[in-house]
Write a protein that binds this ligand. Structure first.
Ligand code: UT7
Length: 330
């Protein structure tokens, strides 16, 4: 299989909430949170809806893909009568043939967030679906996109990760509320000439380490999730590298799910990864679940670190217990 990234984007809530805010009402300190998690602040929704965030990220990714010369996508390109994009705008690789959304924190049972995004963007035709695979969700959604693309069922796919964890967080529980954030990030992908490889899996979790029942707050066994992540991630990295016929030295960037700096440091040390190849974004954005990986990709693209030709390995893990890794080139 092959995959090519045409554009990325992200959108986070305006409110940046520093650790000190939690210390006002809870028995915690900025020092404890930074030392045990690496997190300094997170973005939390005040007025923003999940759709607002998703649209911001999707619009940016589509515009960037179009600007890079891969289509004639325009947010204002639809025919006002039919809602369809006129035939003469269907050049290049845009608009997308599919919208695939990763979210485990939906505000609506239905319609799918992917359909809401498609409608709001004026798209009328692409197939749209939501995927729920918790913090691994972007890796899973990208993998579904890669399979449709390589099967010839879609030319270009808009993949969006959008999460609003704040309504599910118990802000009186110091062990969970400090960890999570809200946000969205997106990627536009199409067939490329460089290989794409993935390895997806799910570990049985009879004791439910991390869950949220409908209408209730999340419940987490933090040390259980921690142990799962550090025990499982090295094997997933090794498996995807072996499948791709590559070694650690062939990877330019290891984009690891941003849950806790100590989890990342443990994975890096167990695998023997060069820490300089592991970007950290949890300090400013905490853990917005499946958004962390595409958010990191987009921030790196914006600051110039992510360059064409570089090979990226992504690794996600989360409630389920889902995990997965993929390798592709920029
Ligand atoms: O996407 C996946 C989502 N989930 C995760 O990533 C969770 C992974 N787990 C973790 O990140 C860590 O396990 C936590 C940050 C949740 C907890 O850190 P820890 O170093 O594993 O602490 P611990 O659970 O072993 O607790 C040690 C102490 C406890 O106090 P006692 O019982 O020893 O008196 C906790 O109550 O730290 C206490 N504690 C805190 N103290 C100050 C827990 N949270 C806080 C806090 N401030 N915010």
């Amino acid at each position: 299989m092959t995959l090519r990234l045409l554009g990325t984007g992200h959108c986070v809530p305006a409110a940046a909430v520093p650790n000190a805010e939690f210390a006002k009402t809870l028995d915690t300190t900025d020092e404890w949170i930074v030392r045990r998690t690496g997190i300094r602040e997170r973005r939390l929704c005040r007025d923003e809806t999940l759709l607002d965030l998703a649209l911001g990220a999707a619009g940016d990714a589509l515009e960037q893909a179009a600007e890079s010369g891969h289509g004639t996508y325009s947010l204002k390109g639809t025919d006002p009568d039919s809602g369809m994009l006129p035939p003469d705008t269907r050049g290049g690789t845009l608009p997308p043939d599919a919208v695939i959304v990763s979210s485990s924190t939906l505000e609506y049972h239905f319609p799918p967030l992917a359909c809401q995004i498609g409608t709001a963007l004026g798209l009328n035709g692409p197939f749209c679906m939501d995927v729920g695979a918790t913090c691994s969700g972007f890796v899973y959604a990208l993998d579904i996109a890669a399979h449709y693309i390589n099967a010839g069922s879609a030319g270009t796919v808009l993949v969006v990760a959008a999460e609003k964890l704040s309504p599910l967080v118990d802000f009186t529980d110091r062990a969970t509320c400090i960890l999570f954030g809200d946000g969205a990030a997106a990627a536009v992908v199409t067939k490329g000439d460089k290989p794409y490889t993935s390895y997806l899996a799910c570990a049985a979790d009879p004791d439910r380490s991390l869950y949220a029942r409908t209408g209730e707050k999340m419940v987490m066994n933090g040390s259980g999730v921690y142990k799962f992540a550090v025990a499982t991630a090295p094997g997933a990295i090794e498996a995807v590298l072996r499948k791709a016929g590559l070694g650690l030295g062939d990877i330019d960037w290891f984009i690891l799910h941003q849950a806790n700096i100590r989890i990342i440091e443990s994975i890096v040390s167990r695998c023997g990864i060069d820490p300089d190849k592991v970007p950290i974004t949890l300090d400013l954005y905490a853990n917005p679940s499946s958004v962390t990986i595409p958010l990191t990709l987009d921030l790196m693209r914006q600051d110039g670190r992510l360059l064409p030709g570089q090979r990226v390995l992504t690794l996600g893990f989360g409630a389920g217990l889902t995990y997965g890794a993929s390798i592709f080139e920029i």
